[in-house]
Design a protein. Structure first.
Length: 269
């Protein structure tokens, strides 16, 4: 039952923290319009609305059934929290630390959202970064690959022998490869670039000609037989297609810098 709680989706011990004795804001909200009262403790409408909003963000349409479900879950959560406090679970050392970590994580997220709101990334800055990055990609190549990944060099050499004897690469990949992400597709990995791979995998793929199959290549994941199916100039996506991800990355970097500044001005022993 606990897994279905919409917001926050927390384990039982952390739920104790969320539904701990009501603060002043909760008391005001509860007097205004509680959705329910559980053993004299009101569950405020604001808490219900927060859950409803979280459900909408997860793609759940508003409905009487959803509202009833959220209300029931909040009642259950309050009942469990009350019983946990009766048993003194909120005083246990480990639970106290979990509560504090939960509180700090919520405050961290609130800080990040507030910082982003107060320090928006200007459109001109985003376009400037986009143009700079686009220039670094001019002339770059993309490679369409397939691979077969096995445990040992002996297995890899055996597969190379099969391929030289006109073995079907896709069928062998489906039968032998331990790469779960590509084996069902006959080893197909789609379009990518060398920077996306560990070495010496990346080095080996750029040395291949179209249609060529590599000798076994060892990495920390095992032994790879790589097939280069095609090669093309890197297709630089339009600004509108990457704007959201670029903005998010810049916001993350800005928050990292803000935290560095906090550390620089703090007394840490």
């Amino acid at each position: 039952m606990f897994k279905s709680i919409h917001f926050p989706a927390l384990a039982l011990l952390i739920a104790v923290a969320v539904a701990s004795p009501v603060n002043a804001a909760d008391k005001v909200a509860a007097k205004a319009k509680p959705i329910a009262t559980v053993n004299s403790i009101a569950i405020p409408q604001a808490r219900f609305e927060l859950n409803l909003k979280a459900a909408a963000q997860q793609g759940q349409p508003d409905s009487p059934e959803l509202r009833a479900k959220i209300k029931d879950e909040l009642i259950d959560l309050e009942l469990i929290a009350q019983e946990a406090r009766k048993r003194g679970l909120d005083k246990q050392a480990e639970v106290v630390q979990i509560i504090e970590l939960t509180r700090q994580n919520i405050l961290r997220n609130a800080f990040a959202q507030d910082y982003i709101k107060k320090h928006p990334i200007e459109e001109d800055k985003l376009k400037e970064i986009y143009e700079d990055q686009k220039q670094t990609l001019v002339g770059k190549k993309e490679y369409k690959l397939a691979q077969i990944l096995v445990e040992s060099e002996k297995d890899a050499q055996s597969i190379v022998a099969l391929l030289k004897n006109k073995g079907d690469f896709a069928k062998i990949a489906m039968d032998k490869s331990k790469d779960q992400r590509s084996k069902a597709e006959g080893g197909e990995m789609g379009w990518t670039n060398p920077a996306a791979f560990v070495q010496p995998f990346g080095e080996a793929m750029i040395k291949l000609n179209k249609g060529q199959i590599s000798a076994p290549v060892q990495t920390q994941f095992g032994w790879h037989i790589i097939k280069l199916e095609d090669i093309r100039d890197f297709e630089i996506p339009a600004y509108d297609k990457v704007k959201a991800n670029l903005e998010k990355r810049m916001q993350q970097m800005a928050i990292i810098e803000a935290v560095k500044e906090l550390r620089a001005n703090a007394k840490i022993n």
